[in-house]
Design a protein around this ligand. Sequence first.
Ligand SMILES: Cc1ncc(COP(=O)(O)O)c(C=O)c1O
Length: 395
Amino acid sequence: MGCQSPFDQIVERRHTQCVKWDAAAEVFGSGQEDLLPMWVADMDFLPPEAVVKAVTARAKHGVYGYEIKPASLNAAIIDWLKTRHGWAIDPSWLLYSPGVVSGLATAILALTEPGDSVVIQSPVYPPFFSTASENDRIVVENKLCEANGRYTMDLVDLEEIFRAGAKVLILCSPHNPVGRVWSREELLALGELVVKYGVTVLSDEIWADLTFSSQKHIPLASLSPEIADRVMTFMAPSKTFNLAGLYLSDVIIPNQDMRDKFANQVQRLGNGHSNVFAPIAAETAYREGQAWLDALLTYLEGNLEYVKAELAKITSKIKVVWPEGTFVLWLDCRDLDIPPEELNQFFVQKAGLALNDGVMFGSAGAGYQRMNIGCPRSVLEEAMARLAKALEDYK
Ligand SMILES: Cc1ncc(COP(=O)(O)O)c(C=O)c1O
């Protein structure tokens, strides 16, 4: 049978120095050669063909000196934000950072002092904890509320935290790992608190472009000028077009004082450059990747439906927290009779599946696992077969 979709194509990633495949055996310590890696959040797909062509042409040139970010890249990003997210930004607001995580760390250093509180909404992407704590800031958890497999923000608790003096919140929007695409009402309520208490939001919107059909991502800073004045937004082509290893992200800061502080901190750290390939890849992706992205989203939604249906056949004890976006699934495994501290190794040892352990995302993640579905359907079929067998043997 031929390939149904370009995303069905298996691209061999082993021995390309990629974390997901080449570091799995070491990280999960299983000694298994055939672990299926469903952890690190990049995808096993080729990016848009135009991107590969543009990067290849640049590679063939052969001289890899210092790069600039051309005005045409700024224009491509500004146009993308306008057409894809309905957000018109002033060109002066746009800065760059190698990665989103390095951008968050830069912002924390620029805006806070050691001992200051940084609020995060857990369970959440682990570097939100570490960028704050490793820079001697205090992590304050505003835990998300979960009911019937759906997560919401606890704004009552958040207001108490703000009232007690916290000045920075790292928002994950859309949220990794719980898959929420925050609604306008939720973001407006959050924005109201932020303005009321003079809090700065580092809004990590790296997943902005990866939302499913019924959902629309709303940039927090697009809601009103008052809210925009309190927000630094971090976006990137990295998740969207599978370019994470190139390291280039977009930082949008409407408030001039905050923008100057961020730019000065970049200077202090000396991390203002990317590599020669990233600007070319980003500009090409933003200019020519629209149709590829639409097809990707359809494929990912198919993957999601597939896993949900298969899991329901295999067991009623693993529940998919239905994501509104992202390509990671948050699996509620609390009904399996496996202690949370043994859960990840069950998947690794018994099923040969390398998933992220839920507790990495905070204590509220105990009993959960995160599964990356950014891969060809046939890989998911193999994963489901392995899981079915492991659960059968476990009975
Ligand atoms: C919420 C979030 N922010 C940032 C990143 C990584 O960003 P970068 O690789 O650009 O540092 C990820 C990757 O999974 C993520 O999920």
